[in-house]
Design a protein around this ligand. Structure first.
Ligand SMILES: Nc1nc2c(ncn2[C@@H]2O[C@H](COP(=O)(O)OP(=O)(O)OP(=O)(O)O)[C@@H](O)[C@H]2O)c(=O)[nH]1
Length: 230
């Protein structure tokens, strides 16, 4: 999976506030795993102490942040992607995963608070609404903000949500693809309503964050999935 131009080079921090609460409204989701080590970007760290009430340890601390204009469907996408159960079956069983998702508020008045959370995010899902042209037009300013506040090597993916709304669609899929290509970020359309590509989007940024060594096979995986859905 490629990343946004100019957003790589720095090592992602595995440190985190233990009581993360995103700006405006907050939704935390954690998948707890087994004992082991913290492994991020190929660097092995000693096991971190247990978080919350669990007696378990985490091998990977991974944070993904949902950003985009108000109403694009960030909360619905997160709700659709419930429990994170796919991780347990898809990844090595001995790897424990502390998987947190920050659902940010899209409204401008919460923006200054949201900025503080970019720093600790390993991955960003940047959403627009295919039925709302201004949410698409605002992607560029979101990218500017991401460039300013997020880590340089943050994993980024552009999502055109509400793909189920065929009648109300005003942003073509090709427009999303073109924009993503322009900024060098991967792209897919999603639907929190139908579930289209929801799990795939989260899985994709997760895999990219923990496995930077296989971008080719990763891209192939996404393309196949998109073809299947179209
Ligand atoms: N048709 C359709 N509607 C959706 C989809 N996702 C969200 N919606 C609707 O879009 C509206 C806004 O969804 P939210 O998830 O609250 O949007 P948000 O981005 O979290 O908004 P803020 O909290 O204001 O930043 C709701 O009425 C949802 O029902 C989708 O995939 N398809």
């Amino acid at each position: 999976m490629s990343r946004k131009k100019g957003l790589r080079g720095k090592t992602a921090s595995s440190s985190s506030p233990s009581t993360d609460s995103p700006a405006g409204k907050s939704t935390g989701k954690t998948v707890r795993g087994s004992t082991g080590i913290v492994q991020m970007n190929g660097v092995v760290h000693p096991s971190r102490p247990p978080i919350s009430n669990s007696s378990e340890f985490y091998d990977i601390s991974f944070k993904v942040m949902l950003v985009g204009d108000s109403g694009v469907g960030k909360t619905c996408l997160l709700v659709r992607f419930k429990d994170g159960a796919f991780l347990a079956g898809s990844f090595i069983s001995t790897v424990g995963i502390d998987f947190r998702i920050w659902d940010t508020a899209g409204q401008e008045r919460f923006r200054s608070v949201t900025h503080a959370y970019y720093r600790d995010a390993h991955a960003l899902l940047l959403l627009y609404d295919v039925t709302n042209k201004s949410s698409f037009d605002n992607i560029q300013s979101w990218l500017t903000e991401i460039h300013e506040y997020a880590q340089q090597d943050v994993v980024l993916m552009l999502l055109g949500n509400k793909a189920d709304s065929a009648h109300d669609r005003v942003v073509k899929r090709e427009d999303g693809e073109r924009l993503a290509k322009e900024f060098g970020v991967p792209f897919m359309e999603t639907s929190a309503r139908s579930g289209l590509n929801v799990e795939l989007a989260f899985t994709a940024v997760f895999e990219e964050s923990v496995d930077e060594g296989s971008p080719v096979s990763y891209s192939t995986h996404i393309n196949q999935e998109l073809q299947k859905e179209s």
